[in-house]
Design a protein around this ligand. Structure first.
Ligand SMILES: [Zn+2]
Length: 454
């Protein structure tokens, strides 16, 4: 059978060399250098400097904040005098208000929403900064262009109950971004109804993604991923999606000087339950911005600024129409989000459990907060030499021993070291745990990130 196939293929190649050549050697995708990436906007350097001095809103240095705290800061900036109008358009499942903020006098309507996953706060911080730019710098040329060219509609913190707990889902346990079709959540309905009423030309769906995600097949972590979501399963590109791709290129042009090589494209499989996809299906040119992670940027303050600059670039391109004709290839050639690396690998230790034979193992640990290394869980135990992690601790010559904890009856017992158990263990020079050089008690001690050298 295989031989027959080979024969018929070689016969085909004799008959039709062009077809055969095309099959054997598909044209390679053009290298990144082949694409003429549009230059960064001329105002970028000045806006960057102004941001540090007079735009970054104080009080959002910690990316965990309550919705009330955010509105207390940002709501104060969205004044009538500054051209803002704010209305309550709904309530979360626990009654927290959902507020729609509008600004601008232009014909092009843009709807932006953030934090529909309550623990994804980067863009909400940037929106507070955007309010300050728009409200306190009315004569800034960029602000004047946006006021003339666009009317901005914002629904910040779509999931206030989730944000109050810094959790993904709403108070009913619903993932709002899988509720765009069913509309079972009050937050999903509010966003849907607002979109139907406004009929925006552009939509911005603002999220945070897993910090472990790599860019393509590289070892670089994705700082920001972009997507012009598809409106159908075939992932076709109509005029509306083409405009979203152009705006994505405008965003890439802003980000490239800061994070070249750390920008990826989100997977564009159509999801009929997701807001981005269904908004695109409604004919809105939709752009997804996913903030991932930058190592050392523990509170995502660098990413917050990049979000602000990216939104400024995107909105300016929309206000002035300069997105038209930007090369689609500069979007299409972004590598997709690739593998997801674990947060921490303990390499080459010896597991020493009381009463059990010692065993040479590696451990993989995943944290609830990957950047701060808090809330650890043991992902896997065994030979993990082929697994990649964002950080590795060399435990060769060390024993992995249990941490003493208090049992239900008040007696001392040992925390389990097991797959999917909370991550509690010591690294010790001896199997009895007398000479401890490093401890993980769910959270990594920021003052002792690596084992003591003594
Ligand atoms: Zn999300």
């Amino acid at each position: 059978m295989r031989r027959l196939l080979a024969l018929s293929l070689s016969a085909l190649s004799l008959l039709s060399p062009q077809v055969s050549a095309a099959r054997e050697a598909p044209p390679p995708p053009p290298a990144a250098a082949d694409v003429l990436l549009p230059p960064a906007p001329p105002w970028l350097g000045a806006l960057d400097a102004l941001y540090d001095r007079r735009i970054r809103v104080a009080g959002l240095e910690d990316r965990r904040f309550s919705p009330e705290h955010w509105w207390n800061l940002a709501g104060r900036l969205a004044t009538r005098a500054g051209g803002f109008d704010t209305r309550v358009i709904g309530r979360g499942a626990e009654g927290r208000p959902l507020q729609h903020v509008s600004w601008g006098r232009g014909d092009t309507r843009v709807l932006l929403w953030s934090q529909m996953h309550g623990d994804e706060s980067t863009a909400s911080m940037a929106i507070a900064d955007l309010f300050r730019l728009l409200g306190e710098h009315p004569r800034h040329p960029l602000v004047q262009r946006l006021r003339r060219g666009t009317t901005l509609h914002l629904l910040p913190i779509v999931n206030p109950d989730g944000a109050a707990r810094f959790q993904r889902r709403n108070a009913q346990g619903i993932d709002i971004n899988r509720d765009a079709r069913a509309l079972a959540s009050p937050e999903g309905r509010a966003l849907h109804d607002l979109r139907e009423r406004l009929e925006p030309h552009f939509g911005f769906n603002l999220h945070d993604q897993d910090v472990g995600t790599r860019v393509g097949d590289s070892s670089r972590g994705t700082a920001i991923a972009l997507l012009a979501p598809p409106y159908n399963v075939a992932r076709e590109v109509d005029d509306s999606r083409a405009r979203a791709i152009e705006v994505s290129v405008a965003i890439r042009a802003v980000l490239e000087p800061y994070i070249a090589g750390y920008i990826a494209r989100w997977d564009d499989t159509f999801n009929p339950r997701a807001f981005g996809d269904l908004t695109a299906q409604a004919g809105v040119s939709t752009i997804l911005i996913e903030s991932g992670g930058i190592e050392g940027d523990l509170q995502k303050q660098r990413l917050r600024k990049l979000n602000f600059l990216a939104l400024a670039g995107a909105l300016d391109a929309i206000a002035t129409g300069t997105h038209a004709g930007l090369p689609r290839a500069a979007y299409e050639q972004l590598p997709e989000n690739g593998r997801d690396w674990a947060d921490l690998r303990i390499a080459g230790g010896t597991l020493a459990l009381p009463g059990k034979a010692p065993a040479r193992v590696d451990l993989l640990v995943e944290f609830e907060d990957a950047l701060l290394e808090r809330g650890g869980m043991i992902l896997e135990i065994g030979d993990l030499a082929d697994s990649q992690a964002r950080r590795t601790i060399d435990a060769s010559g060390l024993y992995i021993v249990p941490v003493a904890g208090e049992g239900a009856d008040g007696n001392t017992e040992h925390r389990k070291i097991a797959r999917h158990a909370p991550a509690y263990f010591h690294l010790s020079r001896d199997p009895q745990g007398r000479h401890i050089v490093w401890t993980l008690a769910r959270d990594v001690d920021p003052d002792r990130r690596v084992p003591r050298a003594d």
